[in-house]
Design a protein around this ligand. Sequence first.
Ligand code: BG6
Length: 446
Amino acid sequence: MKMDLPLVFTIFGATGDLATSKIFPGIFNLFCDGIIGDNFKIIGFARRFETDKEFRNYLSSYLYGDEQKKIEFLKKVKFCKGDVTNFNDYVKLKEKIQNEVEIMKTCPSFLYYLSLTPKFYEDVLRNIDKVQLTKICNAPSNWYRIAIEKPFGESLESDEKIEKLLRKLFVDDQIYRVDHYLGKRILHSLFTFRFSNSIFDGVWNKNFIERVELKILETEGVENRVSFYDTVGALRDVGQNHLLQMLSFVAMDEPQNFNHEEISREKHKVLKNLNKMNKKDIVKNTIRKQSKIYSKLVPNSKTETYFKILASINLPRWKGVDFVLEGGKYWKEDRKEIRVIFKNNNLFDKQKKSPNEIIFQIQPKPKIITKFYKTESIFNYQLTPYEFEIEEFNDNLYSEYYFLIYKMMIGERIFFVGNDEILEMWKFTDNIIKAWQNNLVPLEYY
Ligand code: BG6
């Protein structure tokens, strides 16, 4: 499990929320556990600080764990002050990287991580190319990889541009498209639950399943990232990526092999056959709302902070099954889950109020819940519900990013997204976003 590779890890957007609260702690924990050994350097690229020391002090408050390890870890962190749109700053960055390579006295591997809003992706990729950050040195066993975060662009069109630039620099197996929901244990469990328990295999289709509900509902708001969120909205933030990925995991056929290509092919098949909606469907099947708290925060904004979409999949297995996607901020409760609701042909439940359900719950607590019913009394045949639960191991330290960064380092892309999938996800959401922008569906308030 331990990797002792020489590695230079460069993080663009190193002072941002994602980098400091998820990416750096993920690497730090891999370091504390001895998984990434000692032979690496991290270079943070951002505008905010002047010196390594300033950045380290700032980063320090985001790292939790053994104090001695923290000191050792921070020594490996360097900072390069730079603006992602300014070519000269990439020249400076390259010098820093080369300097580290010289100190390492070997040709390491390189991981570039774009932890930025998508509007900067094109700039960064063009500059990486121009300054040749993928040609620093070569050795038989070193590699260059790039990680880019969702949202993958801002639309189908922008994703295509980003993809073109990526392909100029990297081949597919060097590209890690990160949707952190694929780092969640519950999605791994969904995968193994479906494909290692044959008792569910026969019922995983339209004959037995009535509806699948996919939810990312959060009590938290967006106070600390309004400027980003207002240009994105709830559908692009969690619908175009996390929820559609969850949907593809529920609905995919069994892949022939447990590898990225086969799994991505099956997920792509689902997403491609997701019925893309015309204007009439959008009016009928979508709802968008804005929280009143948000309206006060950003007066006159038309950005949705909540949505609900009724989707369907045009594959024989899923004809007629409703897939309900729902995402929202400032919600009354935290509820993130995939709820598979079965048809009810139950002799004892004429009102059809007791369907079997399997819930893959992320929040409030990660667990898999299966709902069954049976009668209890000798006096009547009323049904009593029973829930069987499997709790997921939940340890904050071992976050999604611990898992995903580890996989990037060992070169395993199973839980990363393929670009074919991304294109289909944009095709589905672009129509809806455009129709909403044209006010075809009124913005409601809650
Ligand atoms: C992020 C979104 O991708 O996912 C956030 O940008 C959202 O708005 C978050 O809150 C939810 O992730 P998690 O892991 O907290 O469920």
